[in-house]
Design a protein around this ligand. Sequence first.
Ligand SMILES: Nc1ncnc2c1ncn2[C@@H]1O[C@H](COP(=O)(O)OP(=O)(O)O)[C@@H](O)[C@H]1O
Ligand SMILES: [Mg+2]
Length: 233
Amino acid sequence: MLAVSNLTSRYGRIEVLHGISLEVRTGEVVTLVGSNGAGKSTLLRAISGVQPVSSGSIMFDEQAIGKWRPHVRVAKGIAQVPEGRQIFTPLTVDENLRLGGITRRDDGVSADLAEMYAMFPALGEFRNKTAGTLSGGQQQMLAIGRALMARPKLLLLDEPSMGLAPVLVEQIFTTIGMLKARGLTILLVEQNANAALAIADRGYVIETGRIVTTGTGKELLSDERVRNAYLGL
Ligand SMILES: Nc1ncnc2c1ncn2[C@@H]1O[C@H](COP(=O)(O)OP(=O)(O)O)[C@@H](O)[C@H]1O
Ligand SMILES: [Mg+2]
């Protein structure tokens, strides 16, 4: 579904992605593991089109999308849950979710809204409250729900468990498992490498802008270097 080849990206004169190649196949959960500053968010943002790319290619559904505007990529089926949630705090829960569906031209938005409230009952309860009044865990569910409202084929999740208490982290991973079971294709960036590799079909390890290892979730969980560097074992 997604094939990134030799992608480079920079901030000003400083290159931070030095030729990234990775793929995500239909129905897979693929995780990208790496330390702070390795380039994970930059890569997800490049796939979404909000971060400029200097060279390389991004193929999605057999089309080269590297020059497409971000909203066109959303309409085509790529939705991102950004790091730090980035929900619209002065707007209501309902408005946040509706904005997630803003690129859609079909008439299924209301039905999908109802589905989001069924999937995340807390959001239904607070649908007319401003999003800023939600707890951290509820805000993350809202960020995920907002992305799902675009009806993506590929969901990009950037550190969805960041800053959450353990019980909420567990809820996030349960949600990811449920989305995977429904057949959604997911590229997951996580600091919680253990849980991410456990749920992922495959993973990539990124270090300072380069992919250094790849394998199945199981293989990486038992890889000596990965265990030392990212699992604290
Ligand atoms: N807006 C920015 N301007 C300049 N440098 C940035 C900016 N955002 C990130 N960087 C740098 O790019 C590198 C990769 O950052 P990032 O993609 O956020 O890493 P990660 O998500 O893996 O923590 C880091 O060295 C970071 O300092
Ligand atoms: Mg990041």
